[in-house]
Design a protein around this ligand. Sequence first.
Ligand SMILES: [Zn+2]
Length: 111
Amino acid sequence: MAKRKIKVHKSIDKANMKQYEINGIKRSDEYIYFCSVCKKITCLDRSYSSKGHRLICDRCAMIHFPKIDDDTHYRHIDYQALLSWCTEDNQNQSEFADAKQTESNQSTKGD
Ligand SMILES: [Zn+2]
């Protein structure tokens, strides 16, 4: 399979990851995220991402990851391709994990 070339806006990608780090899935219905492909405002419920990384709105997902159902001929989203694209080259993921680890390590109580 050929590698997909979808232009991701880096600054939006960063902002989304930060937003996700702060809120997680708590505010999933609030329009506080931006599609990293078309720049339109969206929310977690209407988009796909790897913890905010490569967040893509449902409209873009349908355009870039189409899958035609053999039986119904309906256009669906190819979730498998979408998921592997979202998780691809997410280097910040480990950075976040490291930061959280050092935080929890600071629980030294001396009495
Ligand atoms: Zn979009």
